[in-house]
Design a protein around this ligand. Structure first.
Ligand SMILES: C=C(O[C@@H]1C=C(C(=O)O)C=C[C@H]1O)C(=O)O
Length: 407
């Protein structure tokens, strides 16, 4: 297959002076990015790419492809940090059987972490001519797979199914289409997202772009960390209203149960892999510009040398994006959503040659292609869910990418 045809990668990482705004260094409109609070990695060009075949073995396939690629590489890494040396950016589809999972090793990666900065180049150090970003102009929206009222009906059906005892929780999503006057330059979106959502992970992988608050797993050596989110209320009209809404969220049996389902799924996935695992008793509140979430930071130590992709494979799909029990929820999602989620709500992130990396759940995101965008948002549906409230919550989540497109 393509693996056999690839020449060994010749990789060099050197320390560089502070690059300031990483996103401003991207020379062209097809970038790779993973940025939070100004730190992270940006990349461009392609040294290697794999379209990962769909199916239950996709994580194994990805792991095999990466290990033969990285094992054959000639690596000179003068920095020795997580994310130095060669890295692959990846986006896995939500549904294991859907096409569209991709891994790309950019030709150039520029990164900053803990006050250090580095540049990784692969192959000939070709000079990249920068083109200034271009604004997309006016944006027109259209319905995606379902209109808003149709989606509310599907939510009502899911609630009935839950009340009938079929399952505890299911996450239902909807999509929205957008067309711009001009081709959408992803760098414009990334700049807006990183400025307005600095706490989130602003990402870009092969046309999937967003700012997700949900860290599936960060893997550094033996340490793993995850930020589980579930249970949401929109921001209020001011500090007092915010506080009232936050208190109601904490007190809501429905939201606490929804959150507990998501935490339980992460605990179950991580327990077999970890020698130590800390799961907080009570959630905290994560306040974002558009919504507030119940949040639990889970930390652990891996018992053996599992890579970040092994951990991702064990965790996906958590109940934050699938439901409880997982299998029943996935069947209901297929039946009721009537759309292919693609990489939305799938794992997105990067991995280095040591198996370290950071992967988020691709939320608050859109696929960008030419002048077109397809935006996604979903909500956890419980027995006590009200379709109109869930629609409002999905709309609040869609605002992240609407803002990225419109400014
Ligand atoms: C599904 C999404 O978000 C997830 C669902 C949440 C909820 O229903 O409360 C909260 C955070 C995410 O885990 C989305 O943003 O599309």
């Amino acid at each position: 297959m393509s693996v056999a045809l690839i020449q060994p990668l010749v990789v060099r990482t050197v320390a560089v002076s502070d690059p300031d705004d990483l996103l401003a260094r991207l020379p062209g409109a097809a970038p790779y990015a993973w940025i939070r609070n100004g730190e992270g990695l940006v990349g461009w060009g392609e040294a290697a790419r794999a379209m990962v075949p769909p199916g239950p073995g996709r994580f194994d396939w990805a792991r095999g492809w990466l290990s033969s690629l990285f094992a054959g590489a000639l690596i000179r890494d003068e920095v020795g940090m997580p994310g130095s040396g060669p890295v692959a950016f990846g986006s896995f589809t939500f549904d294991a059987d859907a096409p569209g999972t991709v891994l790309v090793v950019p030709r150039v990666v520029l990164a900053r972490r803990d006050g250090r900065a580095w540049l990784t180049t692969i192959g000939d150090n070709a000079f990249d001519l920068a083109r200034p970003p271009v604004e997309p102009g006016r944006i027109r929206y259209g319905d995606g797979t379902l209109t808003a009222p149709q989606w509310e009906h599907r939510v009502a059906r899911a609630v009935r199914r839950i009340r009938d005892g079929g399952l505890d929780k299911v996450v239902l999503a909807r999509d929205l289409t957008a067309v711009a006057d001009r081709d959408i330059d992803i760098r414009v979106l990334l700049g807006r997202l990183a400025r307005s959502y600095p706490e989130c992970y602003t990402f870009s992988v092969d046309g999937l772009v967003g700012a997700t608050p949900e860290l599936l797993v960060r893997h550094t050596g033996q340490a793993v960390e995850s930020l589980v989110l579930a249970g949401t209320t929109p921001r209020g009209s001011g500090p007092a209203d915010d506080a009232t809404r936050a208190a109601a969220l904490y007190a809501s049996k429905k939201d606490r149960h929804e959150h507990a389902c998501a935490v339980a799924s992460v605990r179950e996935a991580l327990t077999p892999l970890c020698s130590a695992l800390h799961v907080p008793e009570e959630p905290e509140l994560l306040v974002l510009p558009n919504v507030q979430h119940l949040a639990s930071r889970v930390t652990g130590r891996l018992s053996d040398g599992a890579s970040v992709l092994d951990v991702v494979a064990a965790m996906h799909p958590t109940a934050a994006v699938g439901g409880t029990p997982t299998g029943t929820a996935l069947g209901l999602i297929r039946e009721l959503e009537g759309m292919d989620r693609g990489g939305y709500s799938g794992p997105v992130g990067w991995i280095d040659a040591h198996g370290d990396g950071e992967w988020g759940i691709a939320l608050r995101c859109a696929y960008i292609s030419g002048r077109h965008a397809r935006l996604f948002a979903g909500c956890g549906i419980m027995a006590g869910s009200d379709p109109a409230t869930e629609l409002a919550e999905a709309q609040a989540k869609l605002r992240v990418m609407q803002y990225a497109l419109e400014g």
